[in-house]
Design a protein around this ligand. Sequence first.
Ligand SMILES: NC(=O)c1ccc[n+]([C@@H]2O[C@H](COP(=O)([O-])OP(=O)(O)OC[C@H]3O[C@@H](n4cnc5c(N)ncnc54)[C@H](OP(=O)(O)O)[C@@H]3O)[C@@H](O)[C@H]2O)c1
Length: 319
Amino acid sequence: MRAVVVPSYGDSSVLQYVERPDPVPGPGEVLIDVAASGVNFADVYHREGRYPLPLPFTPGWEGAGTVVAVGPEVTDVVAGDRVGWVNVVGSYAEKAVVPADKVILLPEGLSPELAAAVLLQGLTAHYLSHSTYPIRPGDDVLVHAAAGGVGLLLTQMAKLRGARVIGTVSTPEKEKLARQAGADEVLGYDDFAEGVKELTGSGAHVVYDGVGATTFDASLASLRPLGMMVLYGAASGPVPPVDPQRLNSGGSLFLTRPSLGHYAATREELLSRAGDLLGWVASGALKVHISQRYPLADVRQAHDDLESRRTTGKLLLIP
Ligand SMILES: NC(=O)c1ccc[n+]([C@@H]2O[C@H](COP(=O)([O-])OP(=O)(O)OC[C@H]3O[C@@H](n4cnc5c(N)ncnc54)[C@H](OP(=O)(O)O)[C@@H]3O)[C@@H](O)[C@H]2O)c1
């Protein structure tokens, strides 16, 4: 099969598109013919070694396709099932081996391509809006990078829960997308804390910040007393250490740095969130914006585009 391999950590030039032996499913594993794999910032962090994996490895933290073989001891997945998965490495390939207890059966009528486009960022938006800070009707919610992959889904979910959404974006094109997803107000990044205070009076109930270094300080300043700062990513770079006294002076604020793995830790929780998510996609309640599909051979371009801040919505690699 053809697959992408990272032989050493570095920039996108380390990504190699190579011939590899077909993987063989072991006990409790299934072999999947990959229809599409999602491109995520986690893939960049794996490639750079910021989230280190043993070298060499095939990157890709999200995919979907059709089961073509199952290993011993697999009872609830069979060849022919259409499935998706997240948080198991190796989707940048024509075939991938995934533990059976990590696969999500796709509902009738939902294409594997759409599943690969929505699972990781959609499950993330789900736990952020329903569990980390369960949004209540009428809440003022600030969503950074509102036209990004997580941002467009999180904006829609916050609206489904009855929030007023204030989004930030860097371009007029992104503003248009954020508004189409339901954002009530859209700001640029300059002076957004003042903008949020003007719009809300006392500040946002919650800030969802996946941008990190460049937004963190103003995000804290955008919160009302007892507000929650949800730092869930670092697209612009990691946030330096924080003095807890800042949470006191900001108004007894809450700060959390959550991860999907901890909010989909059991099979039950994974399937419950995925059931909501894929149900909304199938019913049309949640729109998925796939902005770009790349042949797997063009993986370097996909990473460069994601990192350069040029993209909106979801990027897919098609083997
Ligand atoms: N904790 C979790 O469970 C979890 C799960 C999934 C993703 N994440 C994190 O969520 C964040 C968003 O992921 P995504 O895949 O949906 O990406 P994305 O939002 O589609 O892309 C990142 C966006 O961040 C904004 N940005 C601001 N400054 C930037 C900079 N210096 N460089 C690059 N982008 C910058 C850009 O939007 P503007 O141009 O509008 O500013 C850019 O489009 C990432 O930090 C990712 O690691 C976390």
